[in-house]
Design a protein around this ligand. Structure first.
Ligand code: GLN
Length: 501
C-alpha cells in the first residue's frame, strides 16, 4: 500500500524556507496580515454601526426601521457575508485564482462602503450587497493564500495562522472605536456643523471611514504584491465550468432563502443537522482518501458550527447581559455597554502570540487538529458554565464586570484553539484544485453558526435569574456533550485525515 500523501503537496511553495516576515515567517504573511487587518477594520467598523443606523429615526440621521426589520436585515447580512465564501472560493479555484480574487474582492468591498457614505436607502442596500459579494471573494481566498506560503511539512503553519488571526483582531478592535466616534460623538457632529455640513450625516462618515480602511488594505496589497507572486495562481487555461458556477450561485441563494425560512419553520434547523451527519457518514465509508478527507472536513465543519453558535451570541445574549445585568465600570469609571464588543479582540491580541509560540515550541508534539477542536468546544462550553453562577447572582442586582472579562477570556482561548487552527487545517486537507471551495465551506460553518446564535439568543430574558441560569446551563450541557463526542471521535477523525495532522 502506498503511504498517504498530503493533498497540499502540489501547492507551489518556495524551495527555501523563507523567514523574512513577521515572527520569522514568510514575507508574504506580513502582506496578508496587513491586508486582512484593514479588510476586517472595514468589516467590523461598519458592522458596529449597522443595526444602530437602521433603528435610529430620520431625525437622528438613521433609516427609522423598526427593531424586527433591522435585526432581520442584520442577521441576513452577517450570514450572507460568510455564506458567499463558497462562491468566492469556487470562482478563485476555477476562474481567476486566489490572488486576483482578493484584489477584486477588496475593490468591491471598498465600493460598497463608499456607497454607504451617501445618504439614501438605495445606496445603503447597494453597499450591503457589494460588501457581501466582495467579502465572499476576499475572505476565503486570502485565508488559503496564507496556507500556500507554507510547505506541507512546515511546522510553522498553525503558528502562521495564529499571527494572521492577530491581524484580523487588530482591525476588529480598532475600527469600532474610529467609526463609532465619527458616527456618534458630539465632537465630530459639532465639527461637521462648524464646516457647514449636516451633522445628521455623521453615520455616513463612519461608513466612509470603513471604505478608507479597505482602501489602505488594497494599497498595501498592491504595493507588496511581488511577495505573493508564487501563490494563488489562476488554474491553467482551458474550458471553464460556467454551468457549475451557475449551480453554486443558485445553491448559495437557495441556502440563504432556506435559512431565512427557518425563522418561521425551526424544524429546518434539525433537518440541516441530520443532513450534515448523513454527509459525514456517506463520505467516511467511501474507500478513496479524498472522500475520507472530506468526511474529516465535515466533522470540523459541524464542530465549528456549534462553536460559533455559542460564540456569536457575543453581539446578542452577552451584549444584553452586559447592558441590563452588569455594572459597566472599570476602576470606578463607567463605560458604554457596546465597548464589550472589543474585549474579545483584546484577548486575541494578547493570546495570539502565546499560541503562536506554543505551537512552534510543541512542534510535532502538538495535539492533533481534532483534539484542538475538541478543546476549543470545551472552553466555549466552560464559558457558559461560568455564566450559571453569574446569572444566579443577578437575582440580587447587577453583577461586576469580571464575569464577562473571564467569559471572554475562556471563549477566546477556545477561539484560538479552533478558528485559526480550522483555517490552517482546511488548507492542509483540501485537494489543491478545491482549496478555495473548501475554505468557503469552512466559512459556511460560521454563517450557519451565526444564524443558530440568533435563534438561541431569542430565548434570553433578564427578569428571572433562575431561568437565565438554566438558559446558560442547557447550552453548556449541549456543547459539553458535543465536546465529549469529538474527543471520542478524535482518533477516527485523525485516521480519516490520512496522514495530515
Ligand atoms: N473573527 C474572525 C474573523 O473575522 C472569525 C470569523 C469567523 O470565522 N466566524 O475573521
Amino acid at each position: 500500500m502506498n503511504p498517504p500523501t498530503s493533498p497540499s503537496a502540489e501547492i507551489p511553495v518556495p524551495t527555501v524556507m523563507e523567514t523574512g516576515g513577521l515572527g520569522g515567517h514568510p514575507r508574504g504573511l506580513t502582506t496578508l496580515f496587513f491586508t486582512e487587518m484593514w479588510e476586517r477594520f472595514s468589516y467590523y467598523g461598519m458592522r458596529a454601526l449597522l443595526i444602530l443606523f437602521m433603528v435610529k429615526t430620520a431625525a437622528e440621521g438613521g433609516l427609522g426601521f423598526d427593531t424586527k426589520k433591522s435585526a432581520a436585515i442584520y442577521g441576513t447580512y452577517t450570514m450572507s457575508v460568510y455564506l458567499l465564501s463558497i462562491l468566492g472560493g469556487f470562482i478563485a479555484d476555477n476562474f481567476i485564482g486566489a490572488r486576483r480574487a482578493v484584489l477584486i474582492g477588496g475593490i468591491v468591498i471598498a465600493t460598497g462602503h463608499f456607497s454607504m457614505a451617501f445618504n439614501s436607502e438605495v445606496t445603503f442596500f447597494a453597499g450591503l450587497v457589494l460588501i457581501t459579494i466582495g467579502t465572499g471573494l476576499l475572505k476565503p481566498n486570502i485565508s488559503t493564500m496564507v496556507g500556500s506560503l507554507y510547505s506541507p511539512a512546515d511546522q510553522r503553519r498553525d503558528a502562521g495562522f495564529s499571527i494572521f488571526y492577530m491581524g484580523i483582531n487588530l482591525g476588529a478592535f480598532a475600527s469600532p472605536l474610529v467609526t463609532g466616534w465619527l458616527a456618534q460623538s458630539d465632537a465630530w457632529k459639532n465639527q461637521l456643523a462648524a464646516w457647514g455640513l449636516n451633522p445628521l450625516h455623521s453615520w455616513h462618515w463612519g461608513f466612509a471611514a470603513a471604505g478608507v480602511g479597505m482602501t489602505f488594505g488594497l494599497l498595501n496589497y498592491l504595493l507588496q504584491r511581488q511577495r505573493l507572486a508564487h501563490v494563488g495562481h489562476a488554474p491553467a487555461a482551458g474550458a471553464r465550468p460556467w454551468g457549475r458556477l451557475g449551480l453554486v450561485a443558485l445553491g448559495s441563494l437557495a441556502l440563504i432563502a432556506a435559512m431565512k425560512a427557518s425563522d418561521d419553520h425551526p424544524a429546518l434547523v434539525y433537518v440541516l443537522f441530520a443532513l450534515q451527519i448523513a454527509a459525514i457518514a456517506f463520505f467516511a465509508f467511501k474507500p478513496n482518501p479524498d472522500s475520507k478527507r472530506i468526511a474529516a472536513i465535515l466533522v470540523f465543519f459541524f464542530a465549528a458550527e456549534i462553536f460559533w453558535a455559542i460564540f456569536e451570541q457575543a453581539g446578542s445574549t452577552l451584549t444584553l447581559f452586559a447592558d441590563q445585568l452588569t455594572r459597566n465600570e472599570f476602576f470606578g469609571h463607567a463605560f458604554p455597554s457596546s465597548w464589550w464588543q472589543s474585549v474579545n479582540s483584546v484577548w486575541v491580541i494578547l493570546l495570539a502570540p502565546v499560541f503562536a509560540f506554543l505551537w512552534i515550541k510543541l512542534g510535532s508534539k502538538q495535539p492533533s487538529s481534532p483534539v484542538k477542536f475538541a478543546l476549543g468546544l470545551l472552553f466555549v462550553a466552560l464559558s457558559f458554565v461560568l455564566m450559571v453562577p453569574a446569572a444566579k447572582l443577578t437575582a440580587e442586582g447587577k453583577v461586576g464586570p469580571m464575569w464577562l472579562v473571564a467569559l471572554y477570556f475562556l471563549q477566546t482561548v477556545g477561539e484560538m484553539l479552533l478558528s485559526p487552527v480550522g483555517l490552517s487545517t482546511m488548507t492542509k486537507l483540501a485537494p489543491p484544485r478545491l482549496l478555495g471551495m473548501v475554505m468557503g465551506i469552512w466559512f459556511l460553518a460560521a454563517a450557519l453558526g451565526n444564524k443558530l446564535a440568533g435563534v438561541l439568543a431569542g430565548e434570553f430574558q433578564a427578569t428571572d435569574a433562575n431561568v437565565l441560569a438554566t438558559f446558560f446551563w442547557h447550552q453548556a450541557l449541549a456543547v459539553g456533550a458535543c465536546t465529549l463526542v469529538l474527543f471520542a471521535l478524535a482518533p477516527w477523525v485523525k485516521k480519516l485525515m490520512g496522514g495530515v495532522h
